[in-house]
Ligand binder design. Sequence first.
Ligand SMILES: Cc1cc2nc3c(=O)[nH]c(=O)nc-3n(C[C@H](O)[C@H](O)[C@H](O)COP(=O)(O)OP(=O)(O)OC[C@H]3O[C@@H](n4cnc5c(N)ncnc54)[C@H](O)[C@@H]3O)c2cc1C
Length: 440
Amino acid sequence: MRNLDTGPTIVIGAGLAGLTAAWRLAREGMEVIVVEAEERVGGRAYTAREGWTDGQYTDYGGELVDADYRALIAVCEQVGVELTQPIAYAMPEDDDLSTVEGYLRVGTFVIQGEVLDRASCLAAGRLIRSAAEAHPPTQGEIVEQWILRARLAPREAGIVRSVARMLCQLDPWDCDVHFVFGKPSAGFRRIVGGTQRLAEALADGLDVRLGDPVARVHRYGGVAVETESGASYRGSRVVCATGPYAMAQIGFDPPMVEEKISTVQSLLPAMGGKVIAQYAEGDAIRERFREVVYTDDAFNACWVTMHEATSGPAIVTSFVTGQARHLLGDDDASLARLDELVGQVVDGPVTRLRGEVKNWWADPIAMGVTVTPYDPARPAIAGTLSAMERRTHMAGDYTEGGMAGTLEAAVRSGHRVADEILRTPQRFHIDDINERLARA
Ligand SMILES: Cc1cc2nc3c(=O)[nH]c(=O)nc-3n(C[C@H](O)[C@H](O)[C@H](O)COP(=O)(O)OP(=O)(O)OC[C@H]3O[C@@H](n4cnc5c(N)ncnc54)[C@H](O)[C@@H]3O)c2cc1C
């Protein structure tokens, strides 16, 4: 029968969200074209594989896979991508009042320039717990406001700030308490070979056009997607899977609905990047960095990437975000500061073999790390952002509620969009329908 919704689905963006949607649709036999601005797939799933000693690699973007990333873990299984064993970055107990208590049992904390020993960490955990008992946080309270209301001493305040910053990449005056009073992680895994491997596996066999940013999307009748190079793709519908900031750099005709634009504009941007270095003192670093090192310094957290490497040098990855992100403008200063911190934690000088700074904030396409919506408002925000209009489906980590800003949210959004498209009733020519009925 003549399907009146002819033309492929055009997916803009080959990050995990766009690729999950495209992979699902292609598996159902639908025609899909993915148009990607960069010369590679993956977006913020970006693995740096070249030039590290001992064939090691690291992730410039998303890497930690939480135990409840069910959609991502399932997709990894389906496309044959392996995950490492989980590492417990926290040791939560049933009666904990805050996530921080679990992190204090295993993590390393460098607060006010000092590496805290385990006894100090446990003592701080008890003080934070008493503060939470005496001053229970209210839903949606800002972390910094709770710190002040609960009168935390400088050491405990530094600890709470460092954990909050690690979990959302925002400053403590920008994020709400659910990050430090929510459910602790049961253990993080990584994708063996780096996160980009999942993107590459999803893209395998798909029609992906690399290196050509989309400039305009015309949405009259069907859709026509026009790129900066002048290429044009006609389709029956479009999936916009560009990430939150990149989406604002595409001209939609007719424009997106005002509600969606105002919601995007109201999101809290998590800005910054990673400072990454490989050191010769691998064993000492693995020993001290097995779990996350949290700081109240410019680095909000650091850890050893590639946790399947058990010998040789070690790559340390650190996050610099929020107000401290200006440090990323100076590669030498950022790396020297990381050397200093790593040396302090391992208690000896370290030899840097290679260093890299990935400033997502200055990345002309991604333009930021992610967005982290205020928790109580998430369902409404996700509802508005994910809504389909004028044959435009929205995918991306920022369009999902509970897990916004994560690899899991990206994969879930891709599944949601694929479901939307697969469930759309198909329209057939009335003559064909009559003919079919007559034959029946
Ligand atoms: C430093 C950092 C650390 C992180 N750590 C973690 C972590 O440990 N765990 C976790 O769960 N999450 C983490 N994240 C978040 C995670 O990486 C993202 O949530 C996820 O990768 C987003 O996927 P996406 O497909 O929604 O968007 P993206 O990966 O941004 O994909 C969007 C794609 O669209 C393309 N694009 C943009 N504009 C255009 C255009 N005009 N035309 C065509 N293509 C375009 C982009 O090039 C990109 O490929 C981290 C992110 C960063 C940056």
